[in-house]
Design a protein around this ligand. Structure first.
Ligand SMILES: [Zn+2]
Length: 129
C-alpha cells in the first residue's frame, strides 16, 4: 500500500463523484445564487426518469410504439422545461436554451454546472449592498 492511497481515500470522502455533478447535485455558483439550482436538478431527474422508463420497457419486453411515443414525449418535455425554466434575473434570457444553441451535444450541461455568471449578459447575481 503506497502512502498516497490513504490520502486519496480521505479525499474521496469529501469530494463528490463526477456522476453526482452530472445528476445536478453539484450545481454552479451562479445557479445557487439565483436560486434556480432546483430547476436544473428537477430537469435532470425528469430526463433520467424518462431514460429509466425506456430501459424498464425494454427489459420488460413491453416496448411498443405507443410506449415509445409516451417516453419520448416525457423526455422532450423534461428537456424543454429545463431549457426554458432557467432564466437570468438581470437580462431575463432563457439561459439554458441560449447555451444549448451554442454548445453542441452535451456541452451545455457541463457549462451550466460550471458557470459563475450569466453566460448571456455576464451578470454574477452577487448580492448588491
Ligand atoms: Zn443575464
Amino acid at each position: 500500500m503506497s502512502p498516497g492511497s490513504k490520502s486519496r481515500l480521505l479525499k474521496g470522502q469529501t469530494c463528490y463523484h463526477p456522476s453526482l455533478a452530472a445528476l445536478g447535485i453539484l450545481v454552479s455558483e451562479w445557479l445557487s445564487r439565483t436560486h434556480q439550482e432546483w430547476k436544473l436538478k428537477l430537469g435532470m431527474a425528469w430526463i433520467l426518469a424518462g431514460i429509466a422508463l425506456f430501459v424498464v420497457a425494454i427489459v420488460a419486453g413491453a416496448l411498443s410504439v405507443p410506449w415509445l411515443v409516451v417516453v419520448l414525449a416525457f423526455c422532450v418535455a423534461g428537456f424543454g422545461w429545463t431549457a426554458l425554466a432557467i432564466r437570468c434575473s438581470a437580462c431575463r434570457r432563457r439561459v439554458v436554451y441560449w447555451v444549448m444553441l451554442r454548445e453542441p451535444g452535451h456541452g451545455w450541461l457541463a457549462r451550466m454546472l460550471k458557470v459563475d455568471r450569466c453566460p448571456v449578459c455576464g451578470d454574477s447575481a452577487a448580492p448588491r449592498s
